[in-house]
Design a protein around this ligand. Sequence first.
Ligand SMILES: O=C1O[C@H](COP(=O)(O)O)[C@@H](O)[C@H](O)[C@H]1O
Length: 255
Amino acid sequence: MATTASQTGKEENKKRVEIFDTEENLAIDLAKYTADLSDKFCKERGAFTVVVSGGSLIKSLRKLVEVDSIDWSRWHFFWVDERVVPKHHEDSNYKLAYDSFLSKVPIPPGNVYAINDSLSAEAAADDYETCLKHLVKTNVLRVSDSTGFPKFDLMLLGMGPDGHVASLFPGHGLCSENKKWVASITDSPKPPSERITFTFPVINSSAHVALVVCGSGKAEPVQMALNKTGSVPAGSVSAEEELVWFLDKPASSKL
Ligand SMILES: O=C1O[C@H](COP(=O)(O)O)[C@@H](O)[C@H](O)[C@H]1O
């Protein structure tokens, strides 16, 4: 079903590229990958901290809701980025995840960390960072020994056609933010313009990252990121334990 396309070199030995014949097969494997990590972390530490993006990634999580063995009560659910709009707004990443995923699984509502949508972008980013710091104090969230940034168990990320991840866009100054955990952006090139986003140090301190990309429209940024033929934010993603790129055939067509 899947081809492991690369697992190379010293610096890249934590990176795997999986290519699937169809998006359906990708979704099946992504569900198994996530369920296995859930099982491991729930056994090891009694909690599983999971971060999602918005966009097309959410559709590819549809098989996960069918996995019976998952202990949803141990899940803590976060967003890598969010648009500063009310939670019921069509542009809300919370609404997207709620409608097709959260409403179908019994994660305790208190373990779902949505942004405060009554605040400005800057205040919402500060508020989300304060929430993460509280979860570190209460041992829900780990901290990376090597970076001092929060260490999520799993980040499930999509990538835009311009190679952006989270709300970190090509050429934007936020891509080099190295102090904040959560930053605000008010000039996003993709609407809506006001958003909050995890920074690269937080993304790259994760134990596991799955970068899920489908469709021929994204083949070029995939090539730029993986073959280093150009510079796109997705090419800067890494993980402390393992980064896995989940690609369908069209997205991998330029590799
Ligand atoms: O605006 C956003 O776009 C990216 C990519 O979305 P996609 O629909 O092209 O997969 C998404 O990962 C991010 O969370 C979202 O805010």
